[in-house]
Design a binder for this molecule. Sequence first.
Ligand SMILES: [Zn+2]
Length: 233
Amino acid sequence: MDQTKQDEEYGYDLFPERNTGKHKKSQIRDSLFIFNHKCQVMLTFAIETSPYAKLLLGAMKNSGCKVMKDRHFSCEDCDGTVSGGFDAASSQIVLCQNNIHQQSHMNRVVTHELIHAFDHCRAHVDWFNNFKHLACSEIRAANLSGDCSFSNEVARFNFGLKEHHQECVRGRAVRSILAVRKISREEAQKIVDEVFDSCFNDHAPFGRIPHGNKDAKFAYREYANRDRYYANL
Ligand SMILES: [Zn+2]
């Protein structure tokens, strides 16, 4: 496979700044400096205050994968409407500074991508060749990051809450796969269905599906206190 085709199939074409040396300096880029600064400020706020992010960062530290803001996060311009991505080759989380404008959105993207980073840390994920691995991590990211929580609130009166959440997770996982791999929707749906139950029920490191900040805060407290119990034995 030639490099360009490979880049496309791995979704790198969505993150033009990943191809170092390819991007041209322009006036637009200079004016985007302000986007970069805003992105950095929102990122710092997310990792210092979001209970989702704090729990994931703590869990990764305990698994021997300490995340450092400057090394493992990168605010960049992205194509289309993508909000972020996890670059397994460099273990970096890409935050799309031109597409993230609100703190709540930043918190969700940081959490979603940290779940991929957590999976990358704890298991030998073959992101590129094993579509089931990718599908599993996308299911977990959609399920646990709150990506499906807002629509849950809206749909609460119309649907059974549980079923709607599952359908939302399924749909988002399929879309995420299609954004980075050139396969058909049917293929993506089939792969997601194959691994859905086991990956949907894997709530690590939250221990539950956090439906909102309050839930995530409880999960974080439980997680932070989990050693205290054993220490007192
Ligand atoms: Zn994802």
